[in-house]
Ligand binder design. Structure first.
Ligand code: BES
Ligand code: MN
Ligand code: ZN
Length: 495
């Protein structure tokens, strides 16, 4: 993928498709687009004065010209008062989707100057690249003879004055685009290809490409380390579990920001088996791991002056004669014992071990991302990530990063009443608190294994993938977490 910032008049953009975003129009062509309207023989003016195109959010209108830019796609941003980073990112994503659908390999993107709101050129450069590449992303394993070419190049059209700032933003957006692409590709891969060892392979490749320290524990080593939760979940599977760590060193001996990602490469539920309906979606149960690996790709590209550790406990969750059973009691890495009441509550078992293991990094803070509970979809749908934590400052910092990233989070309470739900008669804790407040009892379960550092848990089960087409993204994986983690890191790097 290529991205660039170009200084060129709109009516001479050398690309087969130019997307121009505008907000609510008052029946007239915005001044900055008059020469573009000439290029289109006045068609833009007629579309606007007729009221057919008003600039409302997600609206599009495609024009054809005799020479490049041969296609001009108008995209609506919505009201000027709502002109935010998010609106610009979304309009660029709508354009990216359209470019992929048409089959052009090059897309130029511009936001009309009248509709920039308070979004500065640097931020604009970043979110336009994020959006355009997000919308244009496609994934296929099948060989299709008449497959349309993929969008390979995204150019941002700028003025000479704004170019340096926009270029800085483009650089960040490009890194995020590459990281998000990796995350989504990993999510999209089926469970027979994307196994725990496959995730380890990707981690090692990132390590080689960018110079991270990468460590991978196999089953024997995980056992020796005392990770009873990860061993328990994996014992029903032929495939070995992996415990993967990556370290980016950008700031000497300072304490690392630590990210933990759930890496269940397929979740059948185990002996507490899930219904067949939609079970194939459980290949996405490694979306937290994908977010961590995608973030490390961003780190490799940007090399920010901070230390970051990534931790991925990875396994399948399958039923068999050797599988974990309801009623079993296992001993976690921290030493607490866990009564298994539902083998489908497996994510918290492997995360418990990871949250205990991370103490050896002496983390500045720990943020985990996990497709942890179906209940979070009931509570928040696909509009927000569920967030819980033990530290108000860190919670606020992650909420801010999510807003900037367009990956919004919503905090759920961690009152003591909810902790009671996980009480066991025979062990320190049980692995399911029942149907009430399912996401919060899962959060509290994790918190039982958090010791000595500020921590935030992100439940991404409702946001990691979509099952409905949207104007700005198709069905499937969305790479959630990469943008949020990156904004969090960049926020800390700025100090
Ligand atoms: N991976 C699932 C959560 C999930 C559900 C993700 C739907 C994406 C979509 C998790 O391991 C799970 O099965 N959770 C159980 C917990 C219950 C047994 C306490 C759930 O949500 O039903
Ligand atoms: Mn499960
Ligand atoms: Zn799961």
């Amino acid at each position: 993928m290529n991205t660039s910032v170009k200084v060129v008049p709109l009516d001479r953009v050398p690309a087969p498709l130019l997307a121009v975003a505008v907000g609510a129009l008052n029946g007239k062509v915005p001044t900055s687009l008059l020469s573009l309207d000439d290029h289109l023989g006045g068609a833009l003016g007629r579309a606007i004065s007729s009221g057919d195109f008003t600039g409302e959010r997600d609206a599009t209108l495609l024009f054809y010209a005799a020479k490049n830019p041969r296609r001009v796609l108008m995209v609506g941003l919505g009201r000027l008062a709502e002109m935010t980073r998010g609106a610009a990112r979304r309009a660029a994503a709508v354009a990216g989707r359209k470019a992929a659908a048409i089959g052009v390999d090059q897309l130029a993107v511009h936001v009309a100057h009248e509709y920039r709101g308070g979004v500065a050129p640097a931020a604009l450069g970043q979110v336009l690249i994020e959006g355009a590449t997000h919308g244009a992303w496609q994934f296929r394993l099948k060989a299709i003879a008449d497959a349309k070419p993929a969008v390979k190049t995204v150019d941002l059209i700028a003025t000479r004055e704004e170019r340096p700032d926009m270029e800085r933003g483009r650089h960040v957006g490009h890194a995020i685009a590459i990281g998000t692409r990796l995350a989504r590709n990993l999510q999209a891969l089926p469970g027979n290809i994307c196994t725990p060892e496959y995730l380890a392979l990707i981690a090692r490749q990132l390590g080689r490409a960018y110079g991270f320290r990468v460590n991978v524990l196999n089953r024997e080593e995980i056992q020796a380390e005392g990770m009873g939760g990860l061993i328990a979940v994996s014992q029903g599977s032929e495939k070995e579990p992996r415990f993967i760590t990556l370290e980016h060193r950008g700031a000497g001996r300072t304490q690392p920001i630590t990210f933990v990602g759930k890496g269940v490469t397929f979740d059948s539920g185990g002996i507490s088996i899930k219904p067949a309906q939609n079970m194939e979606e459980m290949k996405y149960d490694m979306s937290g791991a994908a977010a961590v690996l995608g973030t490390f790709e961003v780190l490799g590209q940007l090399k920010p002056p901070v230390n970051v550790a990534g931790v991925i406990p990875s396994t399948e969750n399958l039923p068999s004669g050797t599988a974990l059973k309801p009623g079993d009691v296992v001993r976690s890495h921290l030493g607490k014992t866990i009564e298994i009441v539902n083998t489908d509550a497996e994510g918290r078992l492997i995360l418990a071990d990871a949250l205990s293991y991370v103490r050896r990094f002496k983390p500045a803070c720990v943020i985990d991302a996990a497709t942890l509970t179906g209940a979070i979809t009931v509570a928040l749908g696909g509009a927000a990530v569920g967030l819980m934590g033990n530290d108000d400052n860190l919670v606020a910092e992650v909420l801010r990063a999510g807003d900037l990233a367009g990956e919004r989070c919503w905090q759920l309470p961690m009152w003591d009443e909810y902790r009671e739900l996980n009480k066991s008669e025979i062990a320190d804790v049980k692995n399911s608190g029942g149907r009430q407040a399912g996401s919060i009892s899962a959060g509290w379960f994790l918190r039982e294994f958090v010791d000595g550092y500020p921590w935030v848990h992100l439940d991404i089960a409702g946001t990691a993938y979509t099952d409905a087409e949207q104007a700005w993204q198709g069905k499937g994986p969305v790479g959630i977490g990469v943008r949020l983690f990156t904004e969090f890191i960049l926020g800390r790097a700025r100090g």
